[in-house]
Design a binder for this molecule. Sequence first.
Ligand SMILES: Nc1ncnc2c1ncn2[C@@H]1O[C@H](COP(=O)(O)OP(=O)(O)O)[C@@H](O)[C@H]1O
Ligand SMILES: Nc1ccn([C@@H]2O[C@H](COP(=O)(O)OP(=O)(O)O)[C@@H](O)[C@H]2O)c(=O)n1
Ligand SMILES: [Mg+2]
Length: 253
Amino acid sequence: MWRRVASLSPMISSSSPSRSLARNQAAFGLNIRESFATEISKPEEGAKSPFITFVLGGPGSGKGTQCEKIVETFGLTHLSAGDLLRREIAMHTKNGDMILNLIKDGKIVPSEVTVKLLQKELESSNSSKFLIDGFPRTEENRVAFERIVGADPDVVLFFDCPEEEMVKRVLNRNQGRVDDNITTMKKRLKIFEALNRPVIDYYKNKGKLYTINAVGTVDDIFKQVLPIFTPFEEQLKQSRHVNPKSPLVENSS
Ligand SMILES: Nc1ncnc2c1ncn2[C@@H]1O[C@H](COP(=O)(O)OP(=O)(O)O)[C@@H](O)[C@H]1O
Ligand SMILES: Nc1ccn([C@@H]2O[C@H](COP(=O)(O)OP(=O)(O)O)[C@@H](O)[C@H]2O)c(=O)n1
Ligand SMILES: [Mg+2]
């Protein structure tokens, strides 16, 4: 289990870069453990930093659809920010009504709420490799994840799709979503351009962005996704949750 053990230590709660590094190390059972041994619970033997992929793209660009294929092939654990927020609505939690109103209006839920939901999933999972879908949607999302979770993505996928195609797909999605209507969609596209583009540029500048042409059949698009994970083959193989059908699993015969 991957756990951010540093959250137990008040001594390393600042968000300054050096402390953030310390927090990162603590989270993954690295050398900070020695210095704060009495305040931090013992991480699981051999705990390592998780493999994180952020999945970006406008509404209807096919993120969720491609995530399903990535899960099938590489065994990553899929965490959809939108699904986690919709679960809050369905469960009538204290933030449920606020989230519903924001989603209906195509607006972004406060980062603290979304990041805490993601953090809970990350910490309670037995997996060590994650696909975080629909996140970060804003620079504020990105910074809050860094501050609260203390981890960086290894890969950032961006499904690049023209607006007309995204509109067509969303209006045909047929999943009964409150935001799948033309009024909300227009607002979502504006918010995507204004708030998600800077995040895309940020990861482009860091050399972590993989842009995928999201027009074509699902399989054609997945053909572009496959080779992105090849350089991470070793890391992905080591995870305990790799699908047995995955091409990354070593043949034991
Ligand atoms: N390559 C594709 N071509 C046509 N339709 C697609 C394609 N990929 C996904 N879809 C459909 O478009 C809709 C939006 O896809 P989805 O994966 O939910 O996108 P996102 O998560 O980015 O909003 C769904 O109804 C899905 O079945
Ligand atoms: N990081 C995120 C992700 C989703 N959301 C909200 O949830 C809605 C649906 O997100 P989603 O990822 O399920 O949407 P799609 O891109 O899959 O259509 C967004 O329009 C936002 O209102 C958010 O506020 N912050
Ligand atoms: Mg989606």
